[in-house]
Write a protein of this length. Structure first.
Length: 116
């Protein structure tokens, strides 16, 4: 596992097409960072439902890291994944270098990249 030694070099890639809105990333992050009620290091936001011009519907859940997210710097220094990635029930979150994640992002649509 790469370590987060250089600011801006590492990030999270989130494949929100398959996020189930289970909130396990939120819960794990709140516990890891010991955040109070109403504070989040990552927050799942709901986008939709909305109807597209072709008649199909979209309803997405997108985990969004907040300013409190530090990419679990202590965990990463120990060689572990950020807690949101580790606890994601749908396995839709990835941690790595921006270059690695950008390459993975080319594989499919409905992915977002967060860098720190």
């Amino acid at each position: 596992m790469s370590k987060n030694n250089e600011k801006g070099r590492y990030g999270l890639l989130i494949d929100y097409e398959y996020c189930t809105n289970c909130h396990s990333c939120e819960v794990a992050c709140k516990k890891e960072l010991d955040l109070q009620v109403g504070q989040y290091g990552i927050k799942v936001v709901e986008e939709g439902p909305r109807q597209n011009p072709d008649g199909s519907w979209e309803w997405n859940y997108i985990p969004v890291p907040t300013s409190l997210c530090d990419l679990c710097s202590k965990r990463v220094e120990e060689g572990r994944k950020p807690t949101c990635v580790h606890h994601c029930q749908s396995n839709v979150m990835y941690y790595g270098t921006i270059e690695e994640l950008a390459k993975k992002m080319e594989e499919k649509p409905k992915m977002v990249l967060f860098s720190k």
